[in-house]
Design a binder for this molecule. Sequence first.
Ligand SMILES: [Zn+2]
Length: 467
Amino acid sequence: MITITPFGAAGEVTGSSYLVETQNGNLLVDFGMFQGDKDDDARNIIPGKIHRTAISAVLLTHAHFDHSGRLPLLVREGYGGPIFSTPATREMAEVILSDSAHIQTSDFERKQRRFKKFGKKLNRIEQPLYDADDVIDTMKLFSDVPYETEVSIIEGVTAVFHEAGHMLGSTSITLLVQDEGAVKNVLFSGDLGPLDMPYLKDPRPPNFADVVVMEATYGDRDHQSLQDTLLQFAAIIQNAVQNKGKIFIPSFAIGRAQQIIYHLAQFIRNGLVPPLPIYLDSPMAIEAFALYKKYPTLLDRESREWLEKGQIAEDLATLELCASAQQSKEINDTRGPFIVIAGAGMCNAGRIVHHLYHNITDPNSHIVIVGYQARGSLGRYIVDGASNVSIMGDRKPVRAEVHTLGGFSAHAGQTELLNWYDRVASTKPLTILTHGEIDSRNALSEKITERFGVESIKPSYAQIIKL
Ligand SMILES: [Zn+2]
């Protein structure tokens, strides 16, 4: 018998991880970090059941931190088996995990200095989960997998990685598992992208599955159209330029930041906005951008041409890449108008926190939300219209203008999710919905029943599903 047990992203959107137990060995699909508030941080452990289970292999759908973030912890605790992913996912994961190790270590050292000053001891929870050496050890375990090629994972289990159109290197994964004389075809959607994302190809699901484990992030709604979103975005910039305002865009460093830059280049090229200073204030985003150029075959045709022609340098003469902290600090003393793109995407860490600390009380500042904000994150409070928020321990009134742009998602909207599911639905697969908050999951589940006559399972954390 095969069982699947989610250890994250079950009724929520972070911490993605599935334990797959088979007669020949046990696998993990993704092992991501929980993100949000302090309670979420405390859940970033290796669950007892995973500790007790011998894991033979890990498969990684894509590099995002909420799918890869706990892998170095697993390695630190003794895991030494392979981690299968596409080469682009491996390289993206290296950027993301190294950054996390660096942040954890420097946060710890800063706290240590402060506590020393006051003669206190740090308790265990404040220790870094892992450091740069753990990430180096983790990267050694990666094993490259090409798209659409059946590869052996362990005896009795093979896998095929399909394009998921969600970020560079992202995949859905089909596991072909031998089980009591038959082969079960288990498809993990991973995170699914919308159609026509800048740079990326569209998702390409297989046309068959016995079991589908599917994300439901936007299962309850379609996104605003990208066209409308771009018009709105351009209008915000035009207005800020007129009033010499400052625009702050909290952004995931990988994927979203590059997408925003792509659109800014278009705006400037088309004369929709004047060339104004744009600060890409994220070393990680800068590194990730280099990887887009390294994997041209993963890009859609238009973006590939755009990159190869060197158009970005031409359109974005005003783009400044802020790799150093000093460059970032200098933005504080700069007059508007300008645009800052900085991480973290949900405002819960990183350079954006400093920018918000200094500018959220300024009515001539604009905070442009371009990504998902999980419950409990600073970004979510801002989006939900909080009149004041806590930033770096201080209470700050929100006087900046807050704009939420819905059309930039790297996740498929409800209709796109249903169309993706349609490709594999003919066999009425056992359907397990994950990676979505309760309402989104319920809405998608209802739609799937309505359109395909399939009842979905909506598991909770650590709920064992027998296939
Ligand atoms: Zn993702």
